[in-house]
Design a protein around this ligand. Structure first.
Ligand code: DC
Length: 227
């Protein structure tokens, strides 16, 4: 079974996707981490982030891998574990710029489809239900108000020692949403057959429960049961 979870920054996708995957014994694939890892590598190698061709070449040269260590998923690029470096405000600021290039998205799509072939998966991102896995069995689109999303990111970053304001985070999220929605290739968009869940007023566990109910319906009666 393939489950896609798309939505804007801070809607709770990765937390929810991880939990759903764990409950079901499925593999979780965080495609945002893939774009972040590439952004990290491009900055390190001083590649022009406006040059899609060079970024795609960098991606082909340095494969991205996910590995489980001590029960935690680690992201590696060019054999370097970059998990701790890819969620900084600097990477968040530049990642949408990297993700807008057609050449980059084409290469990512190939890798993501290969990863999805491995079996039962939960994949989260922006264009999974629309582009990467248009045949996903269950498609979820998570949203929340921008205030709530900024608050969640702020709390996450505080734990990492962040010193900026919540207003800066809100601005960054708004900019990123705009760039992700307006880009020509693989924009952030709800698939027609995706189920919309607004998480503003919901706890993580409530969202997970709702998705698990949908999975159960699918397993009992197929896709027609859920849309
Ligand atoms: O989910 P995230 O915040 O870690 O994603 C980081 C960025 O990567 C996001 O701003 C847009 C981009 N992205 C994308 O373009 N397509 C995806 N499938 C996943 C992420």
């Amino acid at each position: 079974m393939k489950i896609s979870i798309d939505g804007p920054a801070g809607a709770g996708k990765s937390t929810v996707a991880k939990k759903v995957a764990k409950e079901l014994g499925f593999v979780y694939i965080d495609t945002g981490a893939m774009y972040r890892a590439l952004t990290y590598m491009a900055i390190k190698e001083q590649i022009d982030l406006h040059n899609g061709e060079k970024l795609a070449t960098l991606l082909v040269k340095h494969p991205i891998e996910f590995q489980i260590e001590n029960n935690q998923q680690r992201v590696k690029i060019a054999n370097q574990d970059v998990t701790e470096y890819i969620r900084t405000p600097e990477i968040s600021k530049y990642v949408s710029l990297v993700a807008k290039h057609e050449q980059v998205r084409k290469e990512m799509l190939k890798i993501q489809r290969q990863l999805a072939e491995k079996g039962n998966i939960v994949m989260d991102g922006r264009d999974i239900g629309t582009n990467v896995l248009p045949d996903a069995d269950l498609k979820i689109f998570l949203t929340a108000s921008i205030e709530e999303r900024a608050k969640r990111r702020y709390q996450e970053l505080l734990l990492q020692g962040y010193k900026g304001s919540i207003e800066e985070i809100k601005q960054d999220i708004a900019n990123r949403d705009k760039q992700d929605q307006e880009r020509k290739f693989g924009p952030l968009k709800k698939a027609n057959d995706a189920i919309l869940i607004d998480t503003t007023q919901l706890s993580i566990d409530q969202v997970v429960t709702r998705i698990l109910q949908l999975v159960k319906k699918f397993q009992e009666g197929g896709k027609n049961e859920i849309i």
